[in-house]
Write a protein that binds this ligand. Structure first.
Ligand code: ZN
Length: 213
């Protein structure tokens, strides 16, 4: 990462707010830097955040540095990093259409090509638990499983994970578009067909090995 971890968290906060993925001070963002986690502080407006406001916690959740309290969802971020060594960043958002499906407790299947490429697996809804609780952290890890890049939190919002924050934002955009399309299909009493496991595997292989530069 060319940008410092603190800078990356501050920039991502503004991007999350201004791309409509959350409102006010909701949502939270973290990146993994070696043996520590850089995370947004609790309840601060994203437009006011500076690098000094970013909290630093260890992989067991203990505060190591910073003048601010870390996000109330720190236990969830810590649990995801411990469960998934492939994850370098976590983005927790409250976008409209993803939240609709989180409220209904429904999984979002992979029925669009972008979703098959970006989401990694069916997007499952984690069972309800209070925000910030260890139970919510456990439910989130279970819903993500080994492969998914996103899950929903029941009656709450979405969690996107990836190798870095750019990957998380891409996943968040594809998830929200997929949820929006699913809502439109439902509103038109339409049907859809999930993409076959074989084609999902082929697209994921293509993205991994041949896509881009
Ligand atoms: Zn939240």
């Amino acid at each position: 990462m060319t940008m410092g971890y603190r800078r990356a968290v501050v920039e991502a906060g503004k991007k999350m707010l201004h791309s409509g993925l959350t409102m006010e001070t909701w949502g939270n963002i973290s990146v993994r830097g070696r043996d520590r986690i850089y995370i947004t502080p609790s309840g601060m407006p994203y437009d006011d955040l500076t690098e000094e406001d970013v909290a630093v916690v260890g992989l067991e959740g203990r505060v190591l540095e910073g003048r601010r309290q870390p996000s109330t969802e720190t236990p969830l971020h810590v649990a995801v990093y411990n469960a998934r060594p492939d994850v370098g960043a976590v983005l927790h958002t409250h976008p409209i259409y993803s939240t609709v499906f989180s409220c209904m407790g429904e999984d979002i299947p992979l029925f669009i090509d972008e979703a098959a490429q970006a989401l990694g697996d069916v997007v499952r809804t984690a069972g309800y638990a209070l925000p910030g609780s260890p139970e919510l952290a456990r439910n989130c890890v279970a819903a993500l499983g080994r492969r998914a890049n996103a899950c929903l939190l029941k009656s709450h919002g979405a969690v996107c994970v990836g190798k870095d924050l750019s990957a998380c934002f891409r996943t968040a955009a594809v998830l929200e578009m997929t949820a929006h399309v699913l809502q439109l299909i439902r509103s038109m009493s339409g049907t859809f067909h999930p993409i076959s496991d074989e084609n999902i595997a082929a697209m994921q292989e293509f993205v991994k090995t041949r896509y881009g530069h």
